[in-house]
Design a protein around this ligand. Sequence first.
Ligand code: ATP
Ligand code: MG
Length: 269
Amino acid sequence: MSQIRLREDVSAAPDTCVEDAVVKVRGICKTYGDVEALRNVDLDVARGKLTTLLGPSGCGKTTLLKIVAGLVPATRGEIRVNGKVVTGPGPERAFVFQDFALMPWATVMRNVAFGLELKGVGEAERRRTAQRYIDEVGLSGFETKYPHELSGGMKQRVGIARAFAVNADVLLMDEPFSAVDEQNRRKFQEDLLRLVALERKTFIFVTHSIEEAVYVSDRIVLLSPRPGRISQVIDPAIDRSASPDEIRRDPGYLDTVEEIWNGLRHYAE
Ligand SMILES: Nc1ncnc2c1ncn2[C@@H]1O[C@H](COP(=O)(O)OP(=O)(O)OP(=O)(O)O)[C@@H](O)[C@H]1O
Ligand SMILES: [Mg+2]
C-alpha cells in the first residue's frame, strides 16, 4: 500500500521533511501582478529520488519549478540546493522545458552538447558525452538533424538528453511527455525510470497525469488549485523490479491512482 497523508485543511500543509534533502523549499509565495500563484510552499526533495508535482492546470507547478531553477524570483521565501541559497540558475540544476526550448538553428548534437559548451568542456569530450545521451534516449542517427526535422516526442528526447549531458545533480522536468501520444508516452516513462536508476540523480517532475505520476514517482506532492499549496504527499509503494505491464495491473498501483482521484475530486466538488 502507498503511504498517503491526507489533509482536510490545506492551510496546514503536510510535513515533507526528509533526512537527505537536496532541495529545500521554504515559505515560497509567488504573485504575478494580482494573481496569487503560490502560497507558502514548504518542500524537501530527497536525494536520488523522483518527486512529482501534480495538480490542476494553473496551480503553479511550472512556477514552482522555475523558482527552484532560479529562472523566476519568488515573491517571498527561500530555496536551498545542496545548502546554498538559490539566487539564479546554476550548473547543479538542469531544466527540461514544457515547450522543449531547443535552439532551432543548431543540430541535435549541438543542442545536446550546448550546456557542456557553456561550461568550457573541450569538443572531443563534449561530443562523446552528448553522443552517449543521444544514444540513451534513442536518437542515434539523428545527430545532424535540426529541431524542425523532428517530431514533438523526438524534440523532447533532445531536451532530456541535453539535461542529462550537463551532469547536473537536480533535473527539473516540466511535463516532458505531454506532447507525445499515449504509446510513446509509456515508452518514455520506462526510459525515464531506466535513466533514473542508472544515474542516481534527483528529479523534480511535473505532470497532469495521475497514472504517470504513480508510475514514475517515489513521492507525489499534490498541489491545490490556485493559489498552489501542498495538500497531500503520497509515497507510492511500487515494486520497480516488476515489468511495466505488471506494475500497471498491480493492486497497489491501481489503489494509489484511485486514492489520488478521490483527493482531486474533493476540489472539483
Ligand atoms: N509570467 C507570468 N505572468 C503572469 N501570470 C503568470 C505568469 N506565469 C504564470 N502565471 C499565472 O500563475 C498561475 C500559475 O501558472 P503556472 O504556469 O505555474 O501553472 P501550472 O500549474 O504549471 O499550469 P499548467 O498545468 O497549465 O502548466 C496561473 O494563473 C498563470 O496564469
Ligand atoms: Mg505548467
